[in-house]
Design a binder for this molecule. Sequence first.
Ligand code: HEM
Ligand SMILES: *[C@@H]1O[C@H](CO)[C@@H](O)[C@H](O)[C@H]1NC(C)=O
Ligand SMILES: *[C@@H]1O[C@H](CO)[C@@H](O)[C@H](O)[C@H]1NC(C)=O
Ligand SMILES: *[C@@H]1O[C@H](CO)[C@@H](O)[C@H](O)[C@H]1NC(C)=O
Ligand SMILES: *[C@@H]1O[C@H](CO)[C@@H](O)[C@H](O)[C@H]1NC(C)=O
Ligand SMILES: *[C@@H]1O[C@H](CO)[C@@H](O)[C@H](O)[C@H]1NC(C)=O
Length: 507
Amino acid sequence: MPCEDWGDSRVSEDGHIFTPEMIFTIFLLVQTALLYFILTHRSRSKREPPLDKGLIPWLGHALEFGKDASKFLNRMKLKHGNIFTVRAAGRYVTVLLDPHSYDAVINDTDCLDFTRYAQVLMDRIFNLRLPDHHMDKAKDMMKKQFMGMNVASLNNTVSRHLQALVKAEIPQNQKDWKEHGLFDFSYSLLFKAGYLTLFGGEQNNNSSDPSFVYEEYKKFDGLLTKMARGTLNREEKRTTQRVQKRLLELLAPAGLAEDSGSSPWLHSYRRLLQEEGADEDTQGKAILMQVWATQGNVGPAAFWLLGYLLTNPAALSAVKKEFSQISQMEPSETPLSDRLMNTPVFGSALEEALRLSAAPFITREVLQEKTLHMADGQEYLLRKGDRMCLFPFISPQMDPEIYHEPQKYKYDRFLNEDGSVKKDFYKAGRRLKYYTMPWGAGTNGCVGKQFAINTIRQFVYMVLMNYDLELCDPNAQMPEVNASRYGFGMLQPESDLLVRYKSRNAH
Ligand code: HEM
Ligand SMILES: *[C@@H]1O[C@H](CO)[C@@H](O)[C@H](O)[C@H]1NC(C)=O
Ligand SMILES: *[C@@H]1O[C@H](CO)[C@@H](O)[C@H](O)[C@H]1NC(C)=O
Ligand SMILES: *[C@@H]1O[C@H](CO)[C@@H](O)[C@H](O)[C@H]1NC(C)=O
Ligand SMILES: *[C@@H]1O[C@H](CO)[C@@H](O)[C@H](O)[C@H]1NC(C)=O
Ligand SMILES: *[C@@H]1O[C@H](CO)[C@@H](O)[C@H](O)[C@H]1NC(C)=O
C-alpha cells in the first residue's frame, strides 16, 4: 500500500496545454501552498529523524516519490541513512529501512495504527466508507475462512476452476503453438479461477462471465495508483467512474443467493455488511474492494515466477524435476492439492521471485507521540499525525549486505545444502527475523498467504507438467518493472514477455 498522500492536488503528470481554467487552478494552488507553507513550517528537533522537505513548497517530494518510489527512497537512504522523514504533498512520512528495527513498528499497534490509513485508501479508491469496527470483523471472518481447515475445500475448488480454464485456453487437441503475453496469460487465468472460487460461478449469466469482470478489472487496476494518490485527470476520473459502475453491476449478484456459487466466505461477508446496515451500493463497493484484495496480487506473482523460471533454465528444470517426482510418487486419483504438500524447491523459487517483485509499503499512522528504539541503540521521536512507512523491498529484499547480487534471480537462495528450507540470513552480523516480506508482517500481515501459495503452486504445476510452454525468443530477458507501482503490492512489468504453448499430448 502506498505511503504518500497527494491530497487532491491537480498537478497533471504529463502537463499538457494550459487552459485558462488550469491557470486559475494553478494560481489557487500556489496561493494555498504558500499559506500552507507558512502555517505548517516545520523544523526538526534533535530527537527526531533527519527531515527532508524537498525544494517545492507543500508538494515536497511527491512527484519523485510517485514516479519511482524505490529510486527516490534509495537516494534518501544514501543521504540520510536508515531513517528519515520526507514531505510529500503536505504530509510528513517517516521512512524506516533497517529490518532489524521493523519489529518496533510492527509490534506497536497502540501508537501506530493500520486501520486509519486503510480507510483513507478505501475512500480514495472505492469511494467507500465503512464503520471502524467493520475492518476487524471482516478480518476475523477471513481468518476463519482462509486459514486452517477451510483452506482444503478452497484448494479443491480453485484447482477445479484452474484445470477447466487452462484446458479451455489450451485445448488438448491443439497441435500448433499459440503465442501469448505471459503476464496477461497468468493474470487472466488466475484472476478468473480466483474470482469463480470466491465470488461465484454465475457462468450461466453471460454478463457475469469472469472474462468480462477481468477485462473491466484490468482497466480499474491501471488507474489504481493514481486513484490512491488523488492524481487522476478529468478524463481518467470519468473512465474510473464508468469502469467502477460496470464492475458494480457485474458483482451485484455475488454472495446474495445461496445457489450463486459464491464461497461461504462471501455469503458471510454479505451478511456482515447487511447487518451493519450498509446499503446495496456500499455492499457492492465493499465487495469490489475484496476483489482487489484477493485477486490483485496472485496473477502478477505467478507471472514473475514463471517468467524467471523460463529465463533461467537451471531453475526451470529443478522445479520440473521436483514436480515430476510428485506426479510419479502417488496414485493420480489423489487430488492434486493433496499431493503437492512438500515442495521445497518450488517454495524457494517462489520466495525468490517474490523477493524481486513484491514491493508493498507497510504504512502506519502515528496516533500518539512515540519514541522509536532502533536496533543499533539510537532513539527517535515520532510526531503524532505523521505517517510511518516501512519499505522492505529496499531492505531486506534488495539489500546487497543480505543477498549477494540482489538483482539476480537465484532459485535456490532459500534452500540449504541439504535441500531443506533456508531461514538464516544475516545483516551486520546478526540473524534477521525479517529477511523477505512479500506478505507484510504482524497482525496486519496477509491472511490469504496460504491460499495464494497453494493457488500459484497448482497453476505452475499444471502449466509445466501438462503443457509445453516456452519463450518465443529463447534469448528474451525479463521485462523492466513499471516503476510507478512501487508501494502497491506486487509489481507489474512495463511490457509483456512473449511465450508460446501447446498441449503436450498433441503431435
Ligand atoms: C501473491 C499474492 C499476495 C500477496 C503478495 C499479498 C500481500 C499482502 C500484503 C503485503 C498485505 C499487508 C499489508 C500491510 O501490512 O499493510 C496483505 C494484506 C491482506 N491480504 Fe494479501 N496478498 C496476496 C494474496 C492474497 C489473497 C489470495 C487473499 C485472500 C484470499 C489476501 C487477503 C488479504 C487481506 C484480507 C489483507 C488485509 C489484512 C488486514 O486487514 O490486516 N491476500 N496482503
Ligand atoms: C515483537 O513481538 C514479538 C512476538 O510478539 C516478540 O517476539 C518480539 O520480541 C517483539 N519485538 C519487539 C522489538 O518488541
Ligand atoms: C492445500 O493444497 C496445498 C498444495 O497445493 C497444500 O500444501 C495444503 O496443505 C493444502 N491445504 C489443506 C488444508 O489441505
Ligand atoms: C450467452 O451469449 C451467447 C451469444 O452471445 C448466446 O448464444 C447464449 O445463449 C447466451 N447464454 C445465456 C445463458 O444467456
Ligand atoms: C504503469 O502503471 C501505471 C499505473 O498502474 C499505468 O497507468 C501505466 O499505464 C503503466 N505503464 C505501462 C507501460 O504499462
Ligand atoms: C445477469 O447479471 C446482470 C448483472 O448483475 C443482472 O442485471 C441480470 O438480471 C442477470 N441476468 C440473469 C438472467 O440472471
